[in-house]
Design a protein around this ligand. Structure first.
Ligand code: PRT
Ligand code: ZN
Length: 288
C-alpha cells in the first residue's frame, strides 16, 4: 500500500477554512468534501484526520497522526511531546490578561492574590510563576470574558484578536503573554520514516511557495522606450525586471512583482513617468 502522511486538522472552527485553503493552494486535493474522520487526498500522498483542535497535539504525540495543524496556544497549553515544524501565518491572535476597565492597574503585581478565570491554566501558571505572582486560577471553558462581570473572577486570561470582545465586556488588556498563530507540528520523540519525511519535505516546499506569493502582485505595463530607465528606477529591489519588445518599436512591456501594500504608491510613480496599460495579477505560487 502507498505510504501516506497523516495530517491532523481541525474538523470545524476558526482554523478549518484556512487550513483547507493552504492545502488546496499547495495542490493537495481532497477526495470528498464531506468531513468524515479520515479523508485521503486524491492527488498527493496525504490523508487528513479531522479532530477537535484540543486533541491535535496529543494525536501527533501519540503517533495517531504524523503531523498536525493547530494554534500555538493549544500546543503550549497541552504540553505534549510535539515540536513546531513551521509557523503558518494564519489565525493570529494573542493570549492576554485583562481586567475591568474602571480599575487602576499598576503592573503585574496587581494579580497577586487575585482570582483569574481562563481556559489556558498551563500557560497562565507558567507566566505567573515566571513573574513571581501568586494568584488563584479558575478554569472555565467558554465565555471567560463574562467572569469578572458576574463576580466569578477579578480578571481573565484569554485569547484576544480584534479586542472587541474585551471592549464589549468592559475589560482592558493589561498584559500580552503570548503571540499565537497556526503552526505545523510533528512529534518531538518519533522520527518519520524516510518515505513520510520525503512527503513532508515536498509539502513544506509547496507551503513556502504559497507563502512567498502571499501579498504580492504580478505587474505588466507598457512603457515608452525613452522612459524605460526612469520606470526601472521606480521599481523596488528587483534583480532584473523582464523587458519585452512590442509591435510598436517605440514602446516596450515591463513585467515585475510588487508587494501589494506598496501597490498604489508605486503605480502612482509609474504613471507619472509615463507607464500605461498597467495590469496587476494575483500570484498563486512563487518558487524562489
Ligand atoms: O471545536 P474545537 O475545540 O475544535 O474549536 P475551539 O472552539 O476550541 O477553537 P476555535 O475554532 O474557536 O479557535 C481555534 C484557534 O483559533 C484558537 O485556538 C486560536 O489559536 C485561534 N484564534 C484566532 C482564535 C481567535 N483568533 C479568537 N478571536 N480563537 C478564539 N478567538 C475568540 C476569543 O476567545 C474571543 O473571545 O474569539 C473571541 C473574539 O475575539 P476578538 O478579540 O476579536 O473580539
Ligand atoms: Zn478546542
Amino acid at each position: 500500500m502507498e505510504t501516506k502522511l497523516r495530517i491532523a486538522v481541525q474538523s470545524k472552527g476558526r482554523l478549518y477554512e484556512e487550513t483547507m485553503e493552504l492545502l488546496s493552494e499547495a495542490g493537495v486535493k481532497m477526495t470528498s468534501v464531506k468531513r468524515t474522520l479520515l479523508v485521503p487526498s486524491r492527488n498527493f500522498p496525504v490523508e487528513l484526520l479531522f479532530l477537535r483542535d484540543d486533541d491535535i497535539p496529543e494525536s501527533v504525540a501519540m503517533g495517531t497522526a504524523d503531523i498536525g495543524i493547530v494554534g500555538l496556544n493549544e500546543v503550549l497549553e497541552k504540553d505534549k511531546a510535539v515540536e513546531v515544524i513551521k509557523d503558518l501565518g494564519f489565525s493570529k491572535c494573542r493570549l492576554s490578561l485583562a481586567i475591568p476597565k474602571r480599575i487602576e492597574y499598576n503592573g503585574v503585581e496587581w494579580f497577586n492574590n487575585r482570582k483569574i478565570a481562563t481556559s489556558y491554566p498551563v500557560i497562565l501558571k507558567k507566566f505567573l510563576n515566571d513573574n513571581n505572582i501568586n494568584a488563584d486560577i479558575h478554569v472555565i471553558t467558554g465565555s471567560v470574558e463574562i467572569a469578572p462581570g458576574i463576580g466569578l473572577a477579578d480578571g481573565i486570561f484569554d485569547i484576544v484578536s480584534s479586542g472587541s470582545t474585551l471592549v464589549s465586556n468592559n475589560l482592558v488588556e493589561v498584559e500580552k503573554v503570548l503571540e499565537s498563530q497556526a503552526v505545523l507540528i510533528g512529534s518531538s520523540k518519533n522520527a518519520l520514516s524516510s518515505e513520510k519525511q520525503a512527503i513532508l519535505d515536498e509539502l513544506l516546499f509547496r507551503f513556502d511557495a504559497v507563502k512567498a506569493a502571499d501579498g504580492k502582485k504580478y505587474i505588466l505595463m507598457n512603457v515608452p522606450r525613452e522612459k524605460l530607465d526612469e520606470v526601472l528606477a521606480v521599481l523596488p529591489g528587483i534583480k532584473s525586471p523582464t523587458v519585452l519588445p512590442l509591435a510598436n518599436a517605440d514602446w516596450c512591456s515591463v513585467h515585475t512583482v510588487l508587494e501589494e501594500k506598496r501597490f498604489w504608491e508605486i503605480i502612482g510613480k509609474l504613471r507619472a513617468v509615463g507607464a500605461e496599460g498597467i495590469l496587476a495579477l494575483d500570484i498563486e505560487k512563487m518558487v524562489l
